[in-house]
Design a binder for this molecule. Structure first.
Ligand SMILES: Cc1ncc(COP(=O)(O)O)c(C=O)c1O
Length: 399
C-alpha cells in the first residue's frame, strides 16, 4: 500500500503558516471561479422550493439526465444512438465525488486488478481514490516534451493488463493541455484491449481557448465506427466526467454527472444508491437549467480567454509562459516552485500553489517541483495587479 501525500491545500497552509505577508493577501492558488454563479440558479431554486419535501433520486431525475444527454450531444456533435439517458448517465454531487467513488464500483467488476494509472501531476482525488480502494497507483509523468500529456507507451502491456483504470484530465489541471482525437483513440483502444476502464475528467472542457477540446466520447464513437462495433459496445470501457463548477462558475452547487458504458454505469449506480450523496431536487432542477443554457458558459469562456491574453501581455515569455488549450491555470516554470510560493506570499501576499504539491514524486525528477500553478479566477483588475507583482517579485528572487 502506498502512502497518500497530504492534500495540496493542507500542505500549502502549513508551508505558508510561519510567514506574515507584507501586503493584503490575494488568492491565486485555489481553482474556485469567482465570477459569480448565474442568476438562473437562484431563480430555479426559488421556483422549485417545494421539491425539498422529497427524497431526491440518487441516480438523477429523468429531466436532469436528459438535459445532460442533450448537452453532450450538442457540445460534442454525438450521434443519437451513442448514449441513452437512463442507461449511460448518472448524476453526481460534483465530479470529485464521482472521480473518487468510481474505483470502488469498478473493483466489484474486476476484483483481480491491482493498479490504477494516473498522470503526474494531477488532481489529488485520483490518487486518494486508488488509496482508499486498496489499489496501487502508478504515476506517469506529464512532461513539457510530450505537450504535458502522459506517454502511455512507457507503461508496458503487463501493467495495462493488471490495471483496473486510467485517469486522464483533458484539458488538464494543472497544465491545461488537451488530448487530441488521435491520442484519445489510441489510449482508448489500448485500454479496451486490456480490459482497462478509461476515466476521463473533462470538467474543464467548456473553458477552451481556441478550438473546442474533444471528448473521449467522440473518440469512442469514431473507434466504434472504424471497428464496426455496435453502439452499445462503443462506450464499454469509458466513463467521462463533467461538472457545472467550471463551465457555469457554480462550484458551490455541487453538481456534475458521468456518462459511459452501460455495465460500468449500472455498477456505479448500485454503489451510489447505497452510499452516494443525493443531489437535492431543486439543485437537480437548477443543474438541468444550466446544462440547457449556453450563453452564460460562452461568457465564462470569453472571460478566461481575456484573462489569458492579459497574462500573456504581462508575463510575455517569462517563466516558460504558454497559452494552454483550456482551463484557467498558468503553469509557470520558476525553478523551485515551493521557494517561489513562500517568497510570493511573504513579500507580496500572493498565494500560489507549488507544482510539487500536485505530484507524487515517485520519479527521479519530480515533474512538478520547478513549477507554480496560478489560477486566473480573480476579478480582472485584481488579477492584473497580482500578475504584475508576481512577475516583479520572481524576477527579483534569484533562481
Ligand atoms: C481536474 C479536476 N477534476 C475535478 C474537480 C472537481 O470538480 P467538482 O467541483 O465538480 O467536484 C476539480 C476541481 O477543482 C478539478 O480541478
Amino acid at each position: 500500500m502506498i502512502a497518500l501525500a497530504p492534500a495540496p491545500f493542507s500542505r500549502l497552509r502549513e508551508t505558508l503558516r510561519p510567514f506574515t505577508p507584507a501586503k493584503a493577501p490575494l488568492d491565486l492558488a485555489l481553482g474556485e471561479p469567482k465570477s459569480g454563479a448565474p442568476s438562473l440558479i437562484r431563480e430555479t431554486l426559488t421556483a422549485h422550493g417545494e421539491d425539498y419535501d422529497h427524497y431526491p433520486p440518487a441516480e438523477g431525475a429523468p429531466f436532469l439526465l436528459n438535459a445532460a444527454l442533450h448537452w453532450l450531444r450538442r457540445r460534442f456533435a454525438l450521434p443519437q444512438t451513442l448514449l441513452r439517458a437512463e442507461e449511460n448517465i448518472l448524476a453526481l454531487s460534483g465530479t470529485r465525488e464521482g472521480l473518487f467513488l468510481i474505483l470502488s464500483a469498478l473493483r466489484a467488476l474486476a476484483p483481480s486488478r491491482r493498479h490504477v494509472l494516473i498522470p503526474d501531476p494531477a488532481y489529488h482525488a485520483y490518487a486518494a481514490a486508488a488509496f482508499y480502494a486498496g489499489l496501487t497507483p502508478l504515476f506517469l509523468p506529464a512532461l513539457a516534451e510530450n505537450n504535458f500529456l502522459p506517454d502511455w507507451d512507457s507503461a508496458p502491456d503487463q501493467i495495462f493488463a493488471d490495471s483496473l483504470a486510467i485517469y486522464l484530465c483533458s484539458p488538464a489541471n494543472p497544465q491545461g493541455m488537451a488530448a487530441g482525437m488521435g491520442y484519445l483513440k489510441n489510449l482508448l483502444a489500448r485500454a479496451r484491449r486490456h480490459g482497462v476502464y478509461l476515466l476521463m475528467d473533462e470538467c474543464y472542457s467548456d473553458l477552451y481557448l481556441g478550438e473546442p477540446c474533444p471528448s473521449a466520447l467522440q473518440a469512442a464513437d469514431a473507434l466504434a465506427k472504424e471497428e464496426s462495433l455496435a453502439a452499445s459496445s462503443a462506450l464499454e470501457n469509458l466513463i467521462v466526467f463533467h461538472s457545472l463548477s467550471k463551465r457555469s462558475a457554480a462550484p458551490g452547487l455541487r453538481s456534475g454527472f458521468c456518462a459511459g458504458g452501460a455495465a460500468a454505469i449500472a455498477a456505479f449506480r448500485r454503489l451510489r444508491l447505497s452510499g452516494g450523496a443525493q443531489m437535492p431536487l431543486p439543485i437537480q432542477r437548477a443543474s438541468a437549467a444550466l446544462w440547457d443554457e449556453e450563453s452564460h458558459a460562452e461568457r465564462q469562456r470569453r472571460l478566461y480567454q481575456k484573462r489569458f491574453r492579459l497574462a500573456e501581455e504581462i508575463l510575455g515569455d517569462s517563466f516558460g509562459f504558454y497559452k494552454p488549450d483550456g482551463g484557467f491555470f498558468l503553469w509557470l516554470d520558476v525553478g523551485d516552485g515551493e521557494a517561489a510560493a513562500k517568497e510570493l506570499w511573504r513579500r507580496e501576499g500572493l498565494r500560489v500553489l507549488p507544482g510539487a504539491y500536485l505530484t507524487q514524486s515517485s520519479h527521479q525528477t519530480d515533474p512538478g517541483s520547478a513549477f507554480i500553478r496560478v489560477a486566473l479566477v480573480e476579478e480582472t483588475s485584481r488579477l492584473q495587479d497580482g500578475l504584475t507583482r508576481l512577475k516583479r517579485c520572481l524576477r527579483e528572487t534569484p533562481r
